[in-house]
Design a protein around this ligand. Structure first.
Ligand SMILES: [Zn+2]
Length: 324
């Protein structure tokens, strides 16, 4: 019997240790310990995640999320501190970190969606998530963003549709991030420098960033099977920074005009500098009854309030939806 005692005690201590580690991980504040608070002049992952929160809190413009803690970030932190009646030092500490989290929560409205599903996983195992809002039985509409990972403004329009007053008149599917690996790494590409928007099986041409063959990327296949399944009447795909609503080979001109007017973006022929091969919208338009269209924000981000509010509602109106 005694020979089992030691391994058993070891096992018990290990379980206790694991429990302590798990509990402390769960209890850790979102912005970690004081030692790891980002500081002015630094460029690192902690600055990056602080800036993401400041952007979402509406105090830092989205194009100023650079990973570098400079004057814009410092004044955004000061804004939060003033609002929370803390000393406006521009420096992170525990009360400021809590105030940042509170400010993000205050900018997040009640959710409109009632269903969430993973439509695929990225090359690195991140989930590609779709949210369903609106009314089943109404015309199906899909709005997507961030298929190029560094183009992260459009996801806030999509999130605007995921929040606020309930949506009616459309059966809305929302995919804020098509390329989660790209977003996590602030890069355009999927794995192996493949451009998701050159990998679809429509007018596919092998180029440096097309992938070796059409639909070679997991993400492309995930998006294809999702769109084949839900068959949207309208598919609106957000990019940046070309600042316009695309008229190149446009399938539904009326939709194009409604988006252009509602979003105050000019109609433009965005012909990918002559290389619109293997694009998602091209593939969708060629193989489905519905109409897909590209919308591009500019290089300078609009305010969070505008993207999540007025612009999200302009898209909703353009595709035949309403609030409430
Ligand atoms: Zn793009």
């Amino acid at each position: 019997m005694t020979r089992f005692r030691l391994p058993l005690r070891l096992a018990v201590s290990l379980i206790v240790l694991l429990g302590v580690i798990t509990a402390s991980a769960l209890l850790a504040p979102p912005l970690a310990s004081a030692a790891s608070y980002p500081n002015y002049g630094q460029r690192n992952a902690a600055v990056w995640s602080l800036q993401k929160k400041l952007v979402e809190a509406g105090v830092l413009r989205a194009d100023r999320r650079t990973g570098y803690f400079g004057t814009h970030t410092r004044s955004a932190v000061k804004t939060i501190q003033k609002r929370s009646r803390l000393a406006a030092t521009g420096k992170l500490d525990a009360p400021t970190a809590r105030a940042v989290d509170k400010a993000v929560a205050a900018m997040t409205g009640p959710r409109t969606w009632y269903h969430r599903e993973t439509i695929g996983t990225s090359a690195e195992g991140r989930k590609i998530v779709a949210y369903r809002a609106g009314q089943p039985g109404k015309p199906v509409v899909v709005v997507t963003a961030t298929m190029h990972g560094e183009e992260d403004f459009g996801q806030y329009v999509v999130r605007g549709l995921m929040e606020g007053k309930p949506i009616t008149g459309v059966d809305l599917w929302l995919v804020p991030v098509l390329n989660p690996d790209g977003l996590a790494k602030d890069r355009r590409w999927l794995d192996h420098r493949v451009d998701l928007n050159r990998n679809f099986p429509n007018r596919f041409v092998v180029r440096a960033n097309s992938g070796p063959k059409a639909a070679s990327a997991k993400e492309t296949r995930a998006v294809m099977s999702f769109l084949d399944r839900v068959q949207p009447r309208y598919l609106v795909s957000w990019h940046q920074p070309l600042y316009g609503v695309d008229s190149y080979r446009v399938k539904d001109k009326a939709l194009m005009k409604r988006l252009s007017a509602g979003l105050a973006l000019p109609v433009k022929s965005l012909n990918c500098h002559g290389s619109c091969h293997g694009t998602m919208t091209g593939w969708y338009n060629a193989n489905h009854a519905g109409a897909a269209i590209t919308v591009e924000y500019g290089a300078k981000a609009r305010s969070m309030k505008r993207m999540k509010g007025k612009d999200a509602d302009a898209v909703l109106a353009a595709v035949g939806g309403r609030r409430g």
